[in-house]
Design a binder for this molecule. Structure first.
Ligand SMILES: Cc1cc2nc3c(=O)[nH]c(=O)nc-3n(C[C@H](O)[C@H](O)[C@H](O)COP(=O)(O)O)c2cc1C
Length: 257
């Protein structure tokens, strides 16, 4: 076998293992209920190796992944939940988004309604609504959590490091999905970031951005079937300069000048 054909065979094997990217992007949804089945370190390494391929401004690659499980994750959950219940104001390391308004608030309400309907939580059922919020602070009792941070040195270079780390997080949840794992990006899980910093031993030169709770999806957990609604892409996209046949062409240089 030649070197070239070995390469082709390896590519073909990888191809079989691979879920179609468009399918994964279409089907992925946040997973908030997990089975007891453990997640291996090897699988996490594979997923994070894929997420690590994200593009970044000037190739700065500012993100870091802190993969927590077992006692470390329990300590994070406990500390986060106790402080939130105890009325300690949220303490995150990136600016808070505050209250959303207008269409953004409408979309926030829409997904909340879908999730509560799936879980059979009535509008007036304050206790179960509170329980749902507490689940978020506990990272939905996932077996693994990836705390995503970025290099503090880039804080003086505008928001682009957060953009870069966000791209890596999208890669992470898609790669997890392609492997059959479920994930939810979980801002609630790092609401008390000093706790996360201490328990996970996050170095001072990194800023905590978010965490991603992961595990094998519990098929009986109704909220896992909720598919959030998207606007049609025609509503948020504009096309400029396409020709009458709908082709985007580059002009010959002299024509452009
Ligand atoms: C930055 C960020 C933070 C999020 N934090 C939470 C969270 O704390 N709790 C939660 O249940 N979902 C959280 N989510 C998940 C969103 O609610 C979810 O992505 C959105 O409703 C769209 O649903 P989908 O992921 O199923 O498509 C977060 C997502 C992002 C991008």
């Amino acid at each position: 076998m030649t070197k070239g054909s070995r390469g082709a065979e390896a590519r073909a094997l990888r191809q079989e293992d691979r879920m179609d990217l468009f399918e994964a992007m279409r089907e992925r949804r946040s997973i908030r209920g997990f089975t007891d089945q453990p997640v291996s370190r090897a699988l996490m390494e594979e997923i994070l190796t894929a997420a690590n391929m994200a593009p970044s401004s000037m190739n700065t690659q500012p993100w870091h992944f802190h993969v927590l499980t077992g006692e470390v994750l329990e300590n994070v959950r406990r500390g986060n939940t106790e402080r939130m219940l105890g009325g300690v104001p949220p303490s995150r390391e990136i600016p808070a988004h505050g209250k959303y308004e207008g269409v953004h608030r409408d979309r926030q309400v829409e997904i909340a309604k879908q999730l509560f309907a799936a879980m059979g939580i009535a509008r007036e059922d304050a206790e179960r609504r509170q329980d749902w919020v507490m689940r978020g602070f506990r990272q939905f009792d996932a077996p693994v959590s990836v705390v995503v941070t970025y290099d503090r040195a880039l804080n003086d270079h505008g928001p682009v490091a957060i953009f870069d780390a966000g791209a890596a997080v999208h890669g992470l949840v898609l790669a997890a999905w392609a492997k059959g794992l479920g994930a939810v990006i979980n801002g609630q899980g790092i609401m008390q970031s000093p706790v996360v910093r201490e328990c996970a031993e996050i170095p001072e030169d990194q800023v905590i951005l978010t965490c991603v709770a992961l595990g094998w999806p519990d098929r009986d957990f109704a909220a896992n079937d909720v598919k959030s609604v998207r606007r049609d892409v025609a509503e948020n996209t504009s096309f400029q300069g396409f020709d009458a046949e709908g082709q985007g062409r580059r002009l010959r240089r002299e024509a452009a000048e």
